[in-house]
Design a binder for this molecule. Structure first.
Ligand code: IMP
Ligand code: MG
Length: 181
């Protein structure tokens, strides 16, 4: 892995594809362990960022499950904004379902708060949140996060689904913004 340039910024290797796969496997293990026998969970990936995480997670999950996606958008460039737009919503009947959200990264928590809003009146049996990455230093909410793959410092990252203004999602590993450009 070497330095990657996306638009005007440079990124250095941060988390390898092998480590990512260990983190995802560990999340699959924890989520599976907490499910009741015969429970058929509905996994909901949050687009765009979580598409690779969600696909690897779901592939690793043994047992019956359903899969859907919601598309939300809050980021501009390398900064989170407080306005979260729902670009594609949910069509499934969620009554009495165990819904497990698959999110790529929780930063300020604005997106998470929108997620809790969306599922508030859907009469689900339980709503659980699994996030691949969490930035504890910038999280501003009190909302519960059930499963965290890895805590990371407050630095912008790309790769494995995460982008900088549209680029970088296809990188198989995670890269971190270099501070000196
Ligand atoms: P929040 O709403 O501030 O918690 O930000 C959550 C969303 O912003 C995530 O679902 C990501 O799609 C995006 N995001 C947050 N941090 C990063 C980052 O470091 N790199 C790329 N995207 C990020
Ligand atoms: Mg996201």
């Amino acid at each position: 892995m070497s330095i990657v340039k996306l638009h005007d910024l440079q990124f250095t290797p941060f988390i390898s594809a092998d480590e990512l796969s260990e983190i995802v496997n560990s999340l699959v293990y924890q989520v599976s362990n907490d499910l009741d026998r015969d429970e058929v969970p509905l996994f909901i990936g949050i687009l765009n960022g979580s598409f690779l995480f969600a696909s690897d997670f779901i592939r690793g999950f043994k047992g019956n499950c359903e899969v859907s996606f919601v598309k939300l958008n809050s980021y501009e460039g390398t900064e989170s904004t407080d306005i979260v737009n729902e670009l594609i919503g949910i069509n499934e009947d969620l009554i009495d379902r165990t819904v497990i959200i698959l999110e790529d990264i929780i930063d300020t928590g604005a997106t998470l708060s929108k997620i809790y809003d969306i599922f508030k009146n859907k009469n689900v049996k339980q709503l659980k949140i699994a996030t691949l990455f969490f930035k504890p230093d910038v999280y501003k909410k009190e909302l519960p996060i059930d499963y965290i793959g890895k805590n990371i410092e407050d630095k912008f990252i790309v790769g494995y689904g995460l982008d900088y203004n549209g680029l970088g999602r296809n990188l198989p590993a995670i890269y971190q913004l270099t501070t000196e450009q």
